[in-house]
Design a protein around this ligand. Structure first.
Ligand code: PMP
Length: 396
């Protein structure tokens, strides 16, 4: 990576930490045996696997036996949703309109091809979950409710505790896609009330291609991939370098409540400096979901009516990495479904730019963006200003 580049796309992926790189190198050089082998080297690999499982469990305050390693959150989400179909006599799946593209596609597939009764909880204009709809949709026919802990685009936090209460009251299970929350805020599996939780290591300074589904003890959840590994819950030779990297990333997040508070405050301070600085320097900047409870690292804005592609092109030339929403759907001319669900117009949604920070970012980097971006964007915003009588949207 060019040392002058400024990486502000941490909701897409994060930089692997030094400890993670070290743990993975060790796994590739030394602990490379098959963890299912009975010989001494296999035993060594098994021990390393158990250590990583304990590290992940500690980060989430769950039991090591509840951790099922997967290839990432996409697989974990598939295991959760597909596992719910036919798990009991209940038919329904309820998810939010803001779920990740992989979950949305799978849910539509299950509805269209397998006649699963899927319904979607809408979002409010501020990006929060419409709880009146949640209350109406989570009926006694529902098998699984699946809602993310924090939205990858807006950073808005979803009311997981309340959803767990609603779901359990009506006999349904709750799956939480916590991919974007883990690493940015503390997460306690037991206290969350969730039955299943998905996570992906590369979102918290671990490697890509590894994650986990946390399955509440006693829940005999079906495997997506059959085999003997992971106590027959996930077949396939364990990705030891990835898993050990994930363990090392988890280890770094064993923070005391006071340390979490400090980290969160520092992160939110950086976010607010960027957000408020952009608003002050570029009047006409509109923040999405700015008034909702949200992650401390995410800034989601539009610069008047300047198309996101134009802004990103300027940022790119400045050496600043940002995104027009979810990295997985960041190209092309399709507006963000999350913004559309919030009632943002198509035209305004196509102007959305996301900056997402991490603890690896410095105050100096934020200052550099604040010094340079307004010079680039001010003339463009004036050029793209709407006629005086045209409304400029509700997200003032
Ligand atoms: N869920 C959410 C909320 C995400 O943000 C992502 C990654 N963008 C995923 C799931 C999928 O994670 P992965 O690509 O690591 O499988």
């Amino acid at each position: 990576m060019n040392p002058d580049w400024i990486y502000l796309d941490n909701n897409a992926t994060t930089e692997p930490s030094t400890g993670v790189v070290g743990a993975m190198a060790l796994a590739l050089r030394q602990t490379w045996a098959n963890a299912s082998s009975s010989h001494a080297m296999g035993q060594e690999a098994r021990q390393a696997l158990a250590m990583a499982r304990a590290q992940v469990a500690k980060m989430l305050s769950c039991k090591p036996a509840e951790v099922v390693f997967t290839s990432g959150a996409t697989e974990a989400n598939h295991m959760a949703l597909r596992g719910a179909v036919g798990f009991n006599s209940r038919q329904g799946l309820v998810l939010s309109a803001g779920e990740h593209a992989g979950v949305q596609k799978l849910a539509r597939h299950l509805k269209e091809r397998q006649q699963v009764d899927v319904s979607w909880i809408g979002l409010n204009a501020d990006g929060t979950l419409n709880m009146a709809q949640a209350n109406a949709l989570i009926t006694s026919d529902v098998s699984l409710v699946s809602v993310m802990a924090a939205n990858n685009e807006t950073g808005v936090l979803m009311p997981i505790g309340e959803l767990a209460r609603l779901a359990h009251e009506r006999g349904a299970l709750l799956h939480v896609d916590a991919t974007q929350l883990i690493g940015k805020l503390p997460f306690d599996f037991g206290k969350s009330g969730a039955d299943l939780v998905s996570l992906s290591a590369h979102k918290f300074h671990g490697p890509k291609g590894v994650g986990a589904l946390i399955v509440r003890q006693g829940l005999n959840w079906p495997a997506l991939f059959m085999g003997t590994q992971e106590r027959a819950r996930r077949g396939g030779t364990e990705n030891l370098p990835g898993i050990l990297g994930m363990g090392a990333a988890a280890e770094r997040l064993n923070l005391s409540p006071a340390q979490w508070l400090t980290q969160t405050r520092q992160q939110a301070h950086q976010r607010d400096t960027l957000e408020q600085g952009l608003k002050a320097a570029l009047p006409g900047t509109v923040v999405f979901a700015g008034h909702a409870p949200r992650l401390p690292n995410t800034v989601y804005v539009r610069f008047g009516h300047v198309h996101a592609d134009v802004v990103l092109n300027r940022l790119d030339r400045m050496g600043v990495m940002a995104s027009s929403g979810a990295a997985c759907s960041a190209s092309g001319n399709e507006p963000s479904p999350v913004l559309m669900a919030m009632g943002v117009t198509r035209e305004e949604a196509l102007c959305a730019v996301r900056f997402s920070l991490s603890t690896h970012n410095t105050a100096q980097q934020i200052q550099t963006v604040l010094e340079r971006l307004p010079l680039e964007l001010a003339p463009l915003m004036a050029e793209h200003a709407p006629p005086i009588d045209q409304p400029t949207g509700v997200f003032a």
